[in-house]
Design a protein around this ligand. Structure first.
Ligand SMILES: Cc1ncc(COP(=O)(O)O)c(C=O)c1O
Length: 422
């Protein structure tokens, strides 16, 4: 194969030969501007370095897992220490009990915990437990919400049978009538209602949960004797030190966790209240690596950091400063931004940008100037995003706004996105 001398491009060409599509899943940059690197060589704190050695302030945080900073020593050391003692063994280490105790003590609805690896493991196990508990089939999920990549919930239809979703039905987030309608339609057969902490769908403004809707979801589940599942995989511990609807006074029966609960080590969890304990004990779910002790050591230290530090307040402060400064920059350059969702997990879209050409070009320029921001997926801040990172980010975004302003009149629709915008 001909080498271009550009390591990133050469790796993409080699990947095309040996990896389907060159890269798959949510970390594929095939839908992103050309300036986005596909491969990284290292990460530290809030920063990433691509294989060409270019540095970025990273606002994706590995799509969530990085909460305290990449390579955060207290957590890494806990994991390394356990790695030396034993990781994947013939049975779990005592850490599984300590970790379950820690979750139960921190998450007010939880009386028990089960651990797995990815978010999809946790949501799929929640579905199985709910069906085991109720002896029913139907799972209600909000339209456009993401609960993972298994056949019952993956957003792409390829390879999926209608039968895989035969007992999954949809409602509109924050819309009580729609959820009531779905419960009525499946009266007597609803096993679970899944909800995300706030609306964090792709390609649209994020919406905070309406507390009236959250309370109605709880009431409808109680009336239907179905389980309420809060999917905290994406938002968990970035909104609260408890499950994300605790601040609304709404407690789910099950909650699913993943991404940041071990600061990047592979660990996810299903937490439940006593009501579902018997069903959870009855199902067969497992995986060769689910009980690995090093990730649990990382998880335990992550929970300690969550409990004992002001990480959440710091992330919120930096997030608010970023939002305000971007608003100012955009206004100065004649653009309107729609910055939605919690400041800790911002979504940044442009006004008057129905086909995303402004946001796409702007984030492409931001990447060129060293800030990794996403044109249509919500982003994540970490406790490693400090004032210095903010300053560097704002230099990059300012340069990107200036460039966008110059190019505005000549921008064209983005062919890569054409099929995705409906
Ligand atoms: C809300 C939500 N649920 C479930 C998942 C699936 O998690 P994983 O990719 O770890 O399987 C994700 C992943 O992005 C998510 O955001």
């Amino acid at each position: 194969m001909k080498q271009t001398g550009n390591r990133g491009e050469d790796l993409r060409a080699r990947a095309q030969q040996v990896i389907p599509g060159g890269m798959y899943g949510h970390q594929s940059v095939s839908l992103l501007p050309d300036s986005f690197p596909q491969f990284f060589s290292r990460a530290k704190g809030a920063r990433l370095w691509d294989v060409e050695g270019r540095e970025y302030i990273d606002y994706l945080c590995g799509y969530g897992p990085n909460l305290f900073g990449y390579g955060f020593e207290p957590i890494d050391q806990a994991a390394f220490r356990q790695q030396m003692l034993g990781d994947v063994m013939t049975g779990p280490s005592p850490l599984i009990v300590e970790l379950a105790e820690a979750f139960v003590s921190m998450i007010s609805h939880a009386d028990w915990a089960m651990f797995c690896k990815d978010g999809t493991d946790a949501t799929t196990t929640a579905m199985v437990v709910a069906r085991a508990h109720t002896g029913r089939k139907t799972i209600l999920v909000a339209r456009g919400a993401y609960h993972g990549s298994a056949p019952w919930c993956t957003p792409r239809p390829s390879g999926i049978l209608a039968e895989d979703r035969a007992h999954v039905d949809y409602y509109e987030y924050n819309d009580i009538e729609s959820l009531e309608g779905a419960c009525r339609k499946h009266r007597g057969d609803v096993a679970a209602v899944f909800a995300s902490p706030f609306r964090h769908d792709l390609l649209r403004d994020q919406t905070q949960p309406d507390p009236v809707f959250a309370r109605a979801a709880r009431r409808l589940c109680d009336e239907a004797e179905a389980l309420l599942v809060l999917d905290d995989i994406r938002a968990g511990f970035r909104l609260a030190r408890d499950s994300s609807w605790a601040t609304l006074g709404v407690q789910p029966d099950l909650s699913t966790w993943g991404k940041c609960i071990a600061n990047g080590y592979a660990l996810s969890a299903l937490l439940g209240s006593d009501v579902a304990r018997k069903a959870a004990s009855s199902v067969y779910v497992t995986g060769s690596f689910w009980f690995a002790a090093a990730a649990m050591a990382a998880g335990l230290e992550t929970l300690r950091q969550i409990r004992d530090t002001d990480y959440l307040e710091r992330i919120s402060t930096i997030g608010a400063r970023l939002r305000e400064a971007l608003h100012q920059q955009a206004t100065n350059h004649g653009f309107g931004l729609r910055q939605t969702g919690p400041v800790q997990m911002p979504q940044i879209l442009f006004e008057d940008d129905p086909d995303f050409r402004l946001g796409y070009t702007w984030t492409g320029e931001c990447a060129r100037h060293g800030a990794y921001l996403h044109p249509f997926h919500n982003m994540f801040l970490s406790a490693a995003h400090g004032p210095e990172e903010l300053t560097l980010t704002l230099e990059a975004t300012e340069a990107a706004f200036a460039s966008l302003k110059l190019r505005r009149a000549t921008l064209q629709p983005i062919p890569k996105l054409a099929g995705r915008l409906g």
